[in-house]
Design a protein around this ligand. Structure first.
Ligand code: HEM
Length: 403
């Protein structure tokens, strides 16, 4: 589908980004929500899109069947002559209709609340082992490299059957794929290589099945319930969506808690607040910032704006989560916020299939850190932290801490 340039593009705003070296969300969101809730923005990759920042609109759009999610290779339309015409690079997010429903049905039991509860002891053990190593390596230690990254990655590798020891190959590719909103061609090339890697991994699972989700899906493929493309699609979803958000969340949560001593002390004093803290951090941290891209399949009118078929719409979850009409005092991190109807796991048929697992990872990670390090603190000044500035979702690339 082509991106359509409209008269509005000439007055399109620059893509809002948090200042380098900060977490965000971008300050423009307050103004956009108030004055221009459906704004035309120019993306760094050249295309334009409608940027949607109010809670009600974002909530509605995430589940609106009149919009679809484009694959990384289909939007923005490749410049003529440069289209590699390779295999379709589709993840679960972009699958539609019966194919999406079948794949979702096949993997849903592995991600259900009940299955995830059964994994609590294993996931706690994993967190403890990683923190044993982290502590033994001495201080200051890098909480990203030592814990926030390996922990969710190990969880998803064990569950899905992705070899953890091959991470030096696929991690940089998955990061490039995730950063595609800012660096498109790099992201596309990386996704092609990830797809090839998965096709080969699936062959290995066929030869040597194991007790993991990919092997199970290969069995279902052999039974005619799924196609090999479905299995690749699922694997790709796990590589690009199955751990990085949790890594960013754990790292950002650590920064925010270590720079909000009052909140941290309250949490240490009353662990009953932990489930509220996890929900509030999910709302407060701008991890889901510009990560969902939709294309209108028909002409829509939204708050008086005319959105034509083929135009891109970005419902910005991180902006919706700070909408004062739903969250009083939205820029305050509060441990008693209830209800807390944040949109961080999306909505509708594409909502996050891994949300129970993600909540468990976040809860286990924070609990383990609080228990292990009663005096955890940043080892450098906050402004000295190095941030991932090449992505709309920001997290520190390393997080030096002492204890
Ligand atoms: C803090 C952590 C996480 C956050 C904030 C998050 C957020 C989201 C959001 C907002 C969506 C919907 C995207 C859309 O509407 O297009 C989504 C979809 C998805 N997430 Fe997550 N996620 C997290 C962790 C995980 C984990 C741990 C897994 C699995 C191991 C996972 C797997 C998926 C998959 C497969 C989809 C696509 C579902 C579908 O299209 O049917 N996510 N996630």
């Amino acid at each position: 589908m082509n991106d359509v340039t409209t008269a509005a593009d000439h007055s399109a705003r620059a893509f809002p980004l948090a200042p380098p070296g900060t977490m965000g969300p971008p300050r423009e969101y307050d103004v956009l929500r108030r004055e221009c809730p459906i704004a035309r923005v120019r993306l760094p990759i050249g295309a334009s899109a409608w940027y949607v920042t109010r809670y009600d609109d974002v909530r509605m759009l995430l589940a609106d069947p009149r919009l679809v999610r484009p694959t990384i290779d289909s939007w923005p339309a490749p410049v003529e002559g440069t289209d590699p015409a390779g295999p379709e690079l589709v993840t679960m997010m972009e699958l539609e209709g019966p194919r999406h429903a079948a794949l979702r049905r096949a993997v849903a039991p592995a991600f259900s609340a009940r299955t995830v509860r059964r994994q609590v002891p294993r996931i706690r053990r994993l967190a403890e082992q990683l923190l044993d190593h982290f502590e033994a390596a001495g201080q200051p230690g890098d909480l990203v490299g030592g814990f926030a990254e390996p922990f969710p990655l190990r969880v998803v590798c064990d569950l899905v059957g992705i070899p953890y020891e091959e991470r030096d190959f696929y991690l940089p590719l998955a990061d490039a794929a995730l950063g595609a909103l800012l660096t498109l061609e790099h992201g596309r090339a990386a996704t092609v290589r990830l797809r090839d890697y998965l096709a080969e991994l699936i062959q290995r699972k066929r030869r040597e099945p194991a007790a993991d989700l990919l092997s199970d899906l290969v069995r279902r493929q052999d039974a005619g319930e799924l196609t090999v493309e479905d299995v690749i699609t699922f694997g790709l979803s796990m590589l690009v969506g199955g751990y990085r958000t949790s890594t960013m969340f754990i790292a950002d949560a650590a920064v925010v808690l270590l720079t909000h001593p009052g909140v941290l002390a309250a949490l240490r004093a009353d662990r009953e607040l932990l489930p509220y803290a996890v929900e509030e951090l999910l709302r407060y941290l701008p991890v889901m910032n510009g990560s969902v891209v939709l294309l209108a399949t028909e002409h829509l009118i939204l708050r008086g704006r005319s959105i034509r078929a083929g135009e891109a719409v970005l419902p910005v979850i991180a902006a919706a989560n700070r909408d004062a009409s739903v969250f009083p005092d939205p820029d305050r991190l509060g441990l008693h916020r209830a209800p807390n109807p944040h949109l961080s796991f999306g909505r509708g048929v594409h909502n996050c299939v891994g949300m129970h697992l993600a909540r468990l990872e976040l809860t286990v990670a924070l609990t383990a850190l609080l228990n292990r390090f009663p005096r955890l603190r940043l080892a450098v000044a906050e402004h000295e932290l190095p941030w991932e500035d090449d992505s709309p979702s920001k997290s520190p690339t390393s997080l030096p801490v002492c204890w």
